[in-house]
Design a protein around this ligand. Structure first.
Ligand code: NAD
Length: 269
C-alpha cells in the first residue's frame, strides 16, 4: 500500500478504527501520526497500534500528505483555526469524518480552498463493516479521491456521492441505519421470548438471522425483494408475518423515519 504520510487530528473511537483498519491492510504504523490532548488515548494508540501519538496538533502535522479530521464537530472551528497557518503552503488532502460539518465551513476556518473529502462513516466501522459515504470538493484530484477511498475502505464499504447535500441522505440511511436494525432486532428478540425461547437463544437466533440475511443480500445478484419472495411460500408462515407488516404499512413508516433523519441532518449542518 502507498505510504503517503497520514496525520489524524483527534485519536478517539473513529480515528482508532481507521488506524487499526489501515494497519490491518498493511499500512506502515510509522507513517501515521495522531494528535490527541488525552494522555490515556495517546498511550492506548501507541501501545496498541504502534503509531506516534502527540499532544500537539501542530506537531502532528509534520510532513502531512493527508490530514484526517477526527474531532467532534463542536471542536471543528477551533482545531481548523489552530492548523490553518501551517497548511496553506503544504496543501495536504483533508479528509473530514466530522458529522454535519460542511466542506465550505472547513475551507473558511482553514482560510484556504484546500482539497477536502467529506466522509460519513457509521458505527459498524468499529468492526470494519462500516457503510461510508464520501464526497469530494472540486479541488480534489483523482489521486486524492483514491487516497481518501483507501483510508475509508479500511473500515468498510465506500460509495461516492456527487453532491455534498447527498451526505444528508447517507446520514439518514447508513449513518443512523444501524439503530433501525438494532430496533428491529430488539423487537424480534422480544417476540422470540414471548413465544417461549430462552433469552440467549432468542438473542442469538435474532442476530444470526440478521447477519445471514445481510450476507445473502450482499452476495446475491438478486435484489432484497426477490430474496424475500424466494423465502415466502404461498400460504406459509412467512407470508402470514409479512401480511401483518403490510397491514401496518411498514414501508411508509420506514420512509417517514428516514426522511425525519434526513431533515434533521439538514438542520444540523
Ligand atoms: P471521540 O470522542 O471518541 O473522539 C474525539 C477525540 O478528539 C477524543 O479522543 C478527544 O480527546 C479528541 N480531542 C478533543 N479535543 C481535541 C483537540 N482540540 N485536538 C485534537 N483532538 C481533540 O469521538 P468519535 O466517535 O471518534 O468521533 C469523531 C468524529 O467522527 C466526530 O466528528 C463524529 O461526528 C465523527 N463520526 C463518528 C462516527 C462513529 O461511529 N463514532 C460516525 C460518523 C461520524
Amino acid at each position: 500500500m502507498s505510504t503517503a504520510n497520514i496525520r489524524f487530528i483527534g485519536g478517539g473511537n473513529m480515528a482508532t478504527s481507521l488506524i487499526a483498519g489501515l494497519i490491518a491492510d498493511g499500512y506502515e504504523p510509522h507513517s501515521i501520526q495522531v494528535s490527541d490532548p488525552n494522555p490515556e488515548r495517546r498511550h492506548a494508540l501507541q501501545a496498541r497500534l504502534g503509531v506516534r501519538a502527540l499532544a500537539s496538533n501542530v506537531e502532528a502535522l509534520d510532513e502531512a500528505e493527508t490530514l484526517v479530521l477526527c474531532v467532534k464537530p463542536q471542536m471543528a472551528a477551533s482545531v481548523c483555526a489552530e492548523l490553518a497557518p501551517f497548511l496553506a503552503e503544504r496543501r495536504p488532502l483533508i479528509v473530514s469524518v466530522m458529522a454535519g460539518v460542511l466542506e465550505q465551513s472547513i475551507q473558511r476556518w482553514l482560510g484556504a480552498s484546500l482539497p477536502i473529502v467529506r466522509a460519513m462513516p457509521n458505527t459498524p466501522a468499529m468492526v470494519q463493516t462500516g457503510a461510508i459515504g464520501l464526497h469530494a470538493s472540486p479541488e480534489v484530484d483523482a489521486e486524492g479521491r483514491n487516497r481518501a477511498e483507501t483510508i475509508l475502505r479500511a473500515v468498510g464499504l465506500v460509495r461516492w456521492v456527487e453532491s455534498e447535500s447527498r451526505i444528508d441522505a447517507v446520514t439518514a440511511i447508513s449513518g443512523s441505519g444501524p439503530a433501525y436494525f438494532f430496533l428491529l432486532m430488539e423487537a424480534l428478540e422480544q417476540a422470540a421470548i414471548e413465544l417461549g425461547l430462552d433469552t440467549e437463544t432468542a438473542r442469538l437466533l435474532t442476530i444470526q438471522t440478521a447477519l445471514g440475511a445481510a450476507k445473502m443480500a450482499m452476495e446475491s445478484d438478486a435484489p432484497p425483494a426477490r430474496l424475500r419472495e424466494q423465502v415466502t411460500s404461498p400460504g406459509g408462515t412467512t407470508e402470514c408475518a409479512l401480511k401483518v407488516f403490510d397491514a401496518a404499512d411498514l414501508r411508509a413508516l420506514v420512509e417517514r423515519a428516514a426522511r425525519a433523519a434526513h431533515d434533521r441532518a439538514v438542520e444540523l449542518s
